[in-house]
Design a protein around this ligand. Sequence first.
Ligand SMILES: Cc1cc2nc3c(=O)[nH]c(=O)nc-3n(C[C@H](O)[C@H](O)[C@H](O)COP(=O)(O)OP(=O)(O)OC[C@H]3O[C@@H](n4cnc5c(N)ncnc54)[C@H](O)[C@@H]3O)c2cc1C
Length: 415
Amino acid sequence: MDNPAWGGILRHMDTDIIIVGGGLNGPALALAAAQAGFAVTIIDSLPVDQRKRPDFDGRSYALALASTRLLRGIGIWDAIKKDAQPMLEIKVTDGRAGEGPGPWMMHFDHAEIEEGPMGYLVEDRHLRRAFLDAMAADNRITQLAGETVVAQDMHGPRVAVTLASGAAITGQVLVGSDGRQSGTAARAGIKRTGWGYGQTAVVCAVAHEKPHGGIAHQFFMPGGPLAILPLTGNRSSIVWSEDETRATALMAMNDADFLDALRPAFGSFLGQISLTGARFAYPLGLTLANSLIADRIALIGDAAHGVHPIAGQGLNAGLRDVAALAEVFGDARARGEDIGTAQTLARYQQWRRFDTATLAIATDTFNRLFSNDNPLLRAARDIGMGLINAAPGLRRNFIREAAGLTGDLPKLMRE
Ligand SMILES: Cc1cc2nc3c(=O)[nH]c(=O)nc-3n(C[C@H](O)[C@H](O)[C@H](O)COP(=O)(O)OP(=O)(O)OC[C@H]3O[C@@H](n4cnc5c(N)ncnc54)[C@H](O)[C@@H]3O)c2cc1C
């Protein structure tokens, strides 16, 4: 239901789970929790029509195999799979614009594991629409769109949120899925650790003459990484991280000048390239909530951990939060427990805290190590890449990591 007519002047609604933020992780949790039998109310400041526009967000996501299992489990994979490009190989090289890829490379091939492709590339426009359509079709989910949460309070065994429109919603638990500047976390007094990288990711899609063969490329350039990610057809998504000044200049260029700037970094291995749509800019930074939980509150996705896209793991980590939290809620209900108690939420925090902090540290370190031209660091990382590439055991570990198959997987992400 999209903005239901509030009952007279009462403007109050009760539910099991309140989710603030209808980006990507919020809807995934709404669907997982609804399928476990919970009544869910999900609130987002933006109208549904705006979020459904094909040019709403230019990103394409490298979704790990484990994440696609979750999407299958919550019933949206069928709506996406024809537009999803299997990721069969990943090639990582050190590079400088104009010089092409360096001699050292890491090459990860899905053929080294039994489970299939390491993951799939999915465009935001397809993923977001599938989430919104699936939520609209589920009568256990109430979608409040174009409504902004401005306050939250505890009332004994209930938590209440107030909307800018004056309406109030009560529930057993409040989930903050409201992104990097999470108001849910701030209102709960959860502090954050983080910093900006002084980098911006310029994102666009290109068409090219030659097929990409399902291979994702990551070139480490001095200004930041350049990812070339295979999309369906002869198309690829570009995530080009550059320092802010250079990124501003790249965004201001006309298409022809932008392509002239991109070509030396991109190389000629896919033949002629052309832009297939607009360019989008995303300022990059790290933001980690100091706790994933508070009184009757849990944080998921970027509200809990916003990381550098260098390893394409932000959404994958958020979807792991979703699968873990849905399982914690389901287990608590099966035992007859209140899903919002400190003990229940502590199980979620214990499950996800280490993993998300490790991801934040790893992406931060990679970005510092690779986004510079220091000759000593360059030599060290090239030798490191060579060593990893030459060791089949290490290589397979990286492939399993990229596929999201390591660690304590929630049920929704297991086969
Ligand atoms: C360039 C780039 C490339 C990336 N590539 C990948 C990739 O390949 N693979 C991967 O796994 N991850 C990737 N990521 C990370 C991924 O994009 C994010 O992790 C993901 O989009 C976060 O989704 P979210 O739902 O947690 O938050 P958001 O998408 O930020 O959603 C938050 C929502 O909350 C709403 N909201 C906020 N405050 C309120 C309020 N008070 N009331 C109501 N609503 C509110 C907002 O309107 C918004 O819709 C990439 C990120 C970047 C920047």
